[in-house]
Ligand binder design. Structure first.
Ligand SMILES: C[S@@+](CC[C@H](N)C(=O)[O-])C[C@H]1O[C@@H](n2cnc3c(N)ncnc32)[C@H](O)[C@@H]1O
Length: 378
């Protein structure tokens, strides 16, 4: 027998002796257990000298010994005891690890809430100390180059693209967009007239025959024009003007008389078929007068004014926040975000064809038309 083999054999012998003695001890401790009886049998039937358990040195590798059952039982017992101890340590069945996680989360949230509240109260006192004029529309001259980048994320989060598209696709005929800003609606216009059917199946002319885009800020108009030339270079019946929406005249792009679509008789050159405005009422000093003027240049029968605006919410708590921070927001961004759009529309005297609100009621959609002569008298 080589030296390592001798070492292994004596080690195994020791192992068995230890196992044996453990088995005997456990027997002494738990005499009533039936499984123990079978273990005892095992030990009794094999109570030969330890060397008898050794594998033949000649034959091969040592065989793996099945651990005596008492060992297994002791191991299972220890696991059970540990599990019971862990359960005893829980609070209402929640483990300490989960409790620690919840504690840290609660602490983080409360710290952050405290920070937000402190910042909010600081901003409110700063905002209330400002003396901001009602007309803040000049702010857009300086913010025009960064406007798109500033609003992009919030517009995406609020899915404003879908709302703009839904509104602007209704534009037809000779179209005027006021307060066009950086031309965020351009991609949604159906340019060029075509025959179609309305919701009642009647034949109608759809799409824009001409498009006129105006904004008070020349910087904004320049950005819109550049965007349009890149986006829709094929459409030439378009005009860009730096003009006030409150006084904008009817000036349409020149169109040759032989239109590719029969436009059902002569058009009134005093009116637009559709006037679009998105996020504009918040920026003008007299939104009611502006709407009234727009009503006066909208075709009286089938003409429509399409609005997508932002302003007061349905909720008092949110309106308080908007009110408290309004002067600072207006001073910085040129927009009074706490206006009651519904009240402005009502005061304008225009007829409401459709009204919708989203985002806690702060986003307002309106389809308006000039009030009919008969209705005005009533
Ligand atoms: C909040 S931005 C909205 C821009 C764009 N309509 C949009 O939806 O992104 C308001 C725009 O209204 C323009 N504006 C403010 N007062 C105006 C007025 N009286 N007439 C025409 N445009 C005006 C500003 O120059 C600015 O471009």
């Amino acid at each position: 027998m080589s030296a390592p083999r001798v070492g292994r054999a004596s080690l195994q012998a020791k192992l068995h002796i230890t196992t044996l003695s453990r088995g005997i001890k456990s027997k002494a401790r738990r005499p009533a257990q039936s499984t123990y009886v079978s273990n005892t049998k095992y030990f009794n039937s094999t109570s030969r000298p330890a060397t008898n358990y050794l594998p033949s040195t000649k034959t091969s590798q040592p065989q793996r010994q099945t651990p005596p059952k008492s060992e297994l039982q002791r191991f299972q017992g220890r696991i059970r005891t540990e599990q019971e101890a862990t359960q005893k340590k829980t609070y209402h069945g929640i483990s300490p690890r989960v409790l620690t996680f919840l504690g840290i989360t609660a602490l983080t949230i409360s710290t952050y809430t405290g920070y937000l509240y402190a910042s909010y109260t600081r901003e409110v006192s700063k905002a209330q100390s400002l003396d901001v004029p009602t007309d803040v529309s000049d702010r857009y001259n300086s913010t025009a180059p960064t406007f798109d980048a500033e609003v992009e994320l919030s517009e995406k989060a609020m899915r404003m693209g879908t709302k703009r598209a839904e509104l602007v696709r209704m534009a037809r005929g000779d179209v005027l967009e006021v307060s066009c800003g950086t031309g965020r609606n351009l991609e949604y216009y159906e340019l060029g007239e075509r025959r179609g059917v309305d919701s009642e199946g009647k034949g109608v002319i759809k799409g824009c025959r001409t498009l006129t885009l105006v904004d008070l800020s020349p910087q904004m108009v320049a950005i819109t024009e550049e965007k349009f030339r890149q986006l829709r270079p094929e459409f030439t019946r378009v005009l860009f003007r730096a003009q006030n929406a409150a006084t904008v005249p009817v000036e349409k792009p020149l169109v040759t008389k032989t239109s590719d679509v029969d436009t059902q008789g002569a058009r009134e050159d005093r009116y637009y078929d559709t006037i679009v405005q998105t996020m504009g009422l918040c920026s003008m000093p007299d939104p009611v007068a502006t709407l009234q003027h727009l009503g006066s240049i909208t075709e009286p029968n089938r003409g429509r004014i399409l609005l997508l605006e932002h302003g007061r919410s349905y909720y008092g708590w949110l309106n308080r926040i908007l009110d408290n921070l309004a002067p600072a927001h207006a001073d910085r961004h040129g927009c009074w975000w706490n206006r009651d759009i519904g009240a402005i529309v009502k005061e304008s005297g225009l007829e409401i064809v459709e009204e919708k609100r989203w985002h806690f009621g702060t986003t307002w959609k309106y389809v308006l038309r000039p009030r009919q002569e008969g209705d005005k008298k009533a």
